[in-house]
Design a protein around this ligand. Structure first.
Ligand code: AMP
Length: 190
């Protein structure tokens, strides 16, 4: 099974992804985490990718495509994957079936308003000092999300994928319960 997570930065995709992975005994993977891990390991691909993500820009498709494909083939999981961060725009939407080992079962879309997003990201920067969470990089990432990533939600809907839309404003447990209910309503989990 493949479940995709989509939502603006700060909407809690990785928190919810990890909770879901634990509950459904699936494998959670975030493209951003994999790229950051390669950078920490001084892998040349990670160093190249950092030139982009350090500024809040998207990493070139070829890099992300190869990194994801290799990661998935090296971590086979019979129960499948919960994926945060791919696809991120129309080109990746078209190539995703070459990256994923099986068809996508549903998109989980975490919706969050702009003012809440900025507050959450500022807070996270103070706590984690992530290189791409300074003011300029935050702005750029949100802009890319609005213009390139968010329109994919409609693409998924139009192409007949179940889209589980959840308000990402309330507490973590409430959002998690809403996601589970959405997956059950769509007969994706029992
Ligand atoms: P994230 O942790 O999901 O916010 O990702 C951090 C950064 O990694 C992004 O700002 C991008 O630079 C890069 N990145 C993650 N996923 C992708 C992707 N699918 N395509 C291109 N760049 C990506």
């Amino acid at each position: 099974m493949i479940l995709l997570l989509m939502g603006p930065q700060g909407s809690g995709k990785s928190t919810q992804g990890k909770l879901l992975a634990e509950k459904l005994k699936m494998h959670f993977i975030s493209t951003g985490d994999v790229l950051r891990m390669l950078y920490r390991e001084n892998d040349p691909v990670g160093i190249e990718a950092n030139k982009y993500w350090g500024k809040g820009e998207l990493v070139p498709d070829k890099i992300v495509h190869d990194v994801m494909k290799e990661y998935l083939s090296r971590h086979p999981d019979p129960k499948g994957y919960i994926i945060d961060g791919y696809p991120r725009h129309a080109v990746q939407y078209k190539t995703m079936m070459d990256v994923f080992p099986e068809p996508v079962n549903a998109l989980i879309y975490l919706d969050l308003k702009g003012s809440v997003i900025e507050k959450r990201l500022q807070k996270r920067w103070h706590l984690e000092h992530r290189q791409d969470e300074n003011q300029d990089a935050i702005k750029r990432r949100l802009q890319i999300y609005d213009t390139e990533t968010h329109p994919l939600v409609e693409r998924f809907r139009k192409d007949g994928y179940p889209v589980i839309e959840v308000d990402a404003t309330p507490a973590i447990e409430v959002i998690f319960a809403d996601i589970l209910a959405g997956l059950q309503d769509n007969n994706i989990i029992a």
